[in-house]
Structures are given as C-alpha cells and as structure tokens.
Write a protein that binds this ligand. Structure first.
Ligand code: IDP
Ligand code: MG
Length: 148
C-alpha cells in the first residue's frame, strides 16, 4: 500500500498542533505506519531539503527545521501521497485553502507547520532517510469500513 512521509515542523510542535494534525490524518482514514518525536541534526535537515540547496531560503530553512523538535511520521493508504498534499495545502499558508492545515493555521511561508512528500518516489526516499526499515506492519480492524 502507498506510503508518505509527513513531518510536523518545529512551529507546529511549539504551537500545540500535533494532536490536531494527527487527528486529521486519522479521520481521513489513513493508517499510521511510523512515528517519532525527535530533534533534527544539521546533516539530516540538509539531506532532507537537499533539492533546495541553491535556493535563497535554504539557510533559514535548515536553521528553522533544526530549531526544535519535530514529529516525523509515515502514513499509509490509497493515494496517500497526493491526498496528504491536499490535506496540507499550498506551500504559502496565505494562499492555502481554508480547511487545509496550512490554510487554517499558518500565515508565513517560512512557518508553514508541516511537510509532506510531493511524489511517490520522493516519499520512498524520504521514508528511507527518516525511518529506514523501522516501520510497523499492521492493518486496523476498521479497514473494511474504509475500503470496499
Ligand atoms: P512544500 O513544503 O510545499 O513541498 P517546497 O517548495 O518543497 O514546499 O519548499 C520546502 C519548504 O521550504 C517549504 O515548506 C517552506 O518551509 C520553505 N520555503 C519554500 N519557499 C520558501 C520561500 O520563498 N521563503 C521561505 N521559505 C520557503
Ligand atoms: Mg517540497
């Protein structure tokens, strides 16, 4: 089944939004496959955001992601990669739709609360980087009530 990497960034943790974010993914019907509350090293941050290395905001992005603990998660379900991006909303919270996580809670692009993998391949790379094989294989008993 499809999986994606989701991270509640330091601003989401500091603002007490961890429960709300997890609740949205749970209520949608996705399944948690891994979760850890952790500090992010400089090296991990730079690897995770390597694609943005040449962007002007790279330095402040790395400083931000390493500034406090994050909640790293793997969520699983049909179409979870693209669907998570819809739940999360546009990169800039000011233009993210109301009802999305960024649209409901954010104002600033440098404080946009949450990361979600942008494609299936990226998700696989990010899950390997953050979790390796340390994932939980399980099937919620409610599954037949979510999938026909
Ligand atoms: P995404 O998180 O929606 O996939 P990306 O374009 O991949 O957005 O950018 C990664 C992260 O870099 C964003 O979530 C945001 O935290 C930060 N970022 C992107 N663009 C800007 C910007 O113009 N200024 C400051 N930070 C930015
Ligand atoms: Mg991205």
């Amino acid at each position: 089944m499809e999986r994606t990497f989701i991270m509640i960034k330091p601003d989401g943790v500091q603002r007490g939004l961890v429960g709300d974010v997890i609740k949205r993914f749970e209520q949608k019907g996705f399944t948690l496959a891994g979760m850890k509350f952790m500090s992010v090293s400089q090296e991990l941050a730079e690897q995770h955001y390597g694609v943005h290395k040449e962007r002007p905001f790279f330095g402040s992005l790395i400083e931000f992601i390493t500034s406090g603990p994050v909640v790293a998660m793997v969520w699983q379900g049909d179409g979870v990669v693209a669907s998570s991006r819809l739940l999360i909303g546009a990169t800039n919270p000011l233009t993210a739709d109301p009802g999305t996580i960024r649209g409901d809670y954010g104002v600033n692009v440098g404080r946009n609360l949450i990361h979600g993998s942008d494609a299936i391949e990226t998700a696989q790379t990010e899950i390997a980087l953050w979790f390796g094989d340390d994932l939980v294989e399980w099937m919620p008993t409610v599954t037949p009530w979510i999938y026909e």
